[in-house]
Structure formats: structure tokens, C-alpha cells
Design a protein around this ligand. Sequence first.
Ligand code: HEM
Length: 449
Amino acid sequence: MTQVEHNGPASQAPVVPGRLPLLGHALQLWREPIAFFESLRNHGDIVRIDIGTWPVHVLTDPEHVHAVLVQAHQFGRGRIFDRLRPVFGNGIVTTDGEFHRKQRRMMQPAFQRNHIADYAQVMCRQAEEMATSWTAGREVSMVTEARRYALSSVAEMIFSGEMSRPAVAEVHRSLPIVLEGMLVRAVMPKFLDGLPIPYNRRFDGAAARLRRIIDEVIARYGDEPGDREDLLSLLLSSVDTETGEGMSAEQVRDEVIAIMFAGTETSATTLSWIFHELGRHPEVEKRLHAEVDAVVGNRPVRPEDLPRLTYTHSVFQETLRLHSPLLFTRRALVPLTLGGVAIPEGAELAYSPHALHRDPALFRDAARFDPDRWHEDTDERPRAHRYLPFGAGQHKCIGDSFAVAEILTAVASVASRWRLVPAPGVTVREVPAGIPQPSELPMIPAARR
Ligand code: HEM
């Protein structure tokens, strides 16, 4: 495994060709971010790019990435997260160090297996609602459907019961605006945040509405305590095992926002891509349908079906390999050496799961969609840590089991009723985003029974 060292002979990271004065590599990044990140592996395991005048060391080798992720005490969250903190607050997504560790300890129980089983009941109901709302032959936008389903799953995991209906409605209204704008906010210079331009007003307005409605629900939960089993109740009653302290109402609100921010677009986009890949690969779709027929049959999906959907799970893994998050950052808190390259204190590091997962040195026939590569007996390249869709180390996705349950439930509920046929004449493109998204995804449901 790669070691992060504090001394020893070290060289400088090579600068990627094409750097311009003042702009650095910003034009390449702006024009074709996905292709640009993929091209970086041709220049070395650790390479330097400049976004404007902001230097970033990009790690293109999975072992360097893993070494940085698991040695979290030497790294802070980095610029992308710093820029989002004023909007999203101090939840576990944007913080680091001792504060993050304490918060993570208090949040972890809400994501344990027994609670995921409760959330899965809600997911099954919602997936059934989605699948029964369509009409054979009438086109649906799978981007919209997947987003609505993911928003509902997360919103109902957080707030349950009638009292929270206005909050769920506000999440559906405002969260998409915040999620769409956050990539721009993360990379745009800070001094532009305060300008009274329509983009800032829309983004800041939506973020403020979300904060307000969550504060209102928290206040009502305090006024009318009941035996709710939702995540908000779990967070409000959680106590740190080491210090005996609970969380303030404000901190609970920030954590709720963190989960909404990290847990909706990611799942929605993955789900959209699964339907896209199934539509393009009829032989994979056929096998998936056969599995769903054998496990689920004609009835609605139940939580206990999910562990038996093994081929469906491989389809999920393979989709996530090809359609992973584009970029994460970290910041070196001390001067160090990584893979023989000197990383100064304060340097920004970045890695792209999306680019790693498409590296032909790491995956046989990397561009091909092949769920069978996840079966043990296939001839895959055994490189450690090459598959990191949920990250690793202390910031590893806390919602990975939630995401698996949510996505398998939706895919099986749809597949037990429908074959989704891609609308003719549409070319689906990858649009840059947290996880690059399908430009559009119109599909036509054809009844299977
Ligand atoms: C397919 C869906 C998902 C993908 C690909 C994904 C991916 C990731 C990745 C890569 C990280 C680590 C980021 C880093 O290292 O800086 C992360 C963190 C996180 N994810 Fe997910 N995620 C997904 C779904 C979810 C869901 C459904 C939830 C919640 C319901 C969630 C909540 C979080 C939170 C709170 C963090 C921050 C953890 C921390 O910093 O301690 N994610 N996710």
C-alpha cells in the first residue's frame, strides 16, 4: 500500500500540458471536464493542474487515493467543501477533524441495518407508487421519475407522519434548485457569492427556505414528542457515547441538510443510468427480468427480497463503475511525500472516481458495460482499491446501504411490471455534475404481463 511520508527524497508533480497564464487549465476543464479528468492519467500518478491560479494535485492511481482517504487526520476537506459550508452548514459532509468524528459517531446508528430495514418498507411503497403511475406506451422522463423517487425516499426517511407533509413538499421544491447550483457555487470565486444576480438569489433563497422549514419541523418535534422512528427523531435523541452530549437543534438541522445534499442526486442519477444501461443492453435486461420474476414474481417488492437480487446488484455495481462521482477534494494539513512527490502543507489534492473507474489499466475492457465482471470467476485485474464509488476511510459514504436498498427496490419494482424502451431518435449525453448526469432520458413503458 502507498505510504504517506513526512520526509525522504521527493520530486515535484509534473504540470499537465496546456496551462495558460492566469487561466491555468480552466478552459479545458470548462469545455470537457469529464474527458479532461480521464486524460490526466496519461501524465502521471500524481499530476498538477491549475484551475485559474488555484493549483491542484490530482491523484490518478487508486492506491494513492486510498492512502489519502484512510489517513484522514493528515487531510482536511478541501476547497469544494469549504465553499459549500456557508450554504450547507457544519454537517458531516463539510467538516473534518475531531468535530467530524464526533458527529459521525452520533449519526452512525441511524444508518445501521435495523433502521435501513424500516426505511426499506417506505422505499417499497414509494417504488410501487412510481411503477403503478405509468401507462403503457406513454413516454416518461426517467430523470424526473428517478429524482422524485430519491427525494421522496430521503425526505420520508428524515421526516415521517402528517405533520411533516409541508416539509417534504418544500424539499421537493427547493432541494433540486440547491443541488443544481452547488457545483457552480463550489468552483466560482467567493467574491461573487454576494452579487445580487438572479442565480445567487434563486440559490440562496432555496437554501434559506430549506433551513427554515427544517427548523420549523424540529421545533414542532420538540413541542409534540411522539414515538416516531424517523431519522430526525433519532438525531434529536442521539447522545455521544464518549462525551454524553447530545446535538443542538441547529446541528441536527445541518446534519439533515448534509444528508439531503449527499443522498438525493447521487441515488437519483445512479438510478437513471441503470434504466439507460438496461435499455441499451437487452441481454442484460432479460437476465435481470428473469431474476426479478424468480424472486419477486407478481407481487410488490418486499425488503426481504433485496439480498436475493444478486444479478440486479451486479447491474447496480457496474452502472456505478461507469457513472461515478466526478471529483472530490482534500487539503494536506502537513507537508508530506506521496508516491515520491512532495506535497506542501496547504496543497489541494483531488481525485476523480469517475476517471479511475474508466481506467483500462484497472478494468478489463473498461468502456464496456459488463455486470458479469463482478462475479468472482471472471478474469478481472486484481488491483486493490480500484473501485471507490462510496469513497473510503472516515468520510466513506454513510448512506451506502441505504442507497443499495433504495436502488434495488426501485429497479425490481419497475422490472416486475415494465420493460422501459428508450424513446426513438434521442441521443443521451453525459452532462457534467456531482455525478455526471444523463442529458435527458425519455423512455416508453411496455407492460411485461
Ligand atoms: C449511489 C448513491 C451514492 C453515492 C455514489 C455516494 C457517494 C459518496 C461518496 C464518494 C462519499 C465520500 C465523499 C468524500 O470522500 O469526500 C459520500 C459521502 C457521504 N454520503 Fe454518499 N453516496 C450515495 C448515496 C448516499 C445516500 C443515499 C446518503 C444518505 C441517505 C448519503 C450520505 C452521505 C453522507 C452524509 C456523506 C458524508 C460522510 C462523511 O463525510 O462522513 N450518500 N457519498
